[in-house]
Design a protein around this ligand. Sequence first.
Ligand SMILES: [Zn+2]
Length: 60
Amino acid sequence: MAIDPVCKMKVDPEKAAVKAEYQGQTYYFCAPGCKVAFEKKPKKYLEEADEGEGHHHHGR
Ligand SMILES: [Zn+2]
């Protein structure tokens, strides 16, 4: 499974409605809106993903 870098949903590459190539990588999206957001600021989403899981566990 691929991860939609915008909303972090799991996306099946076989069924993905939308995909985009960026720096030689193919990214899959759950919806056209996510692709648009990604293409506006790809670095934002990729850096956030890169930063790791550690920042998303504040809620407990
Ligand atoms: Zn999405």
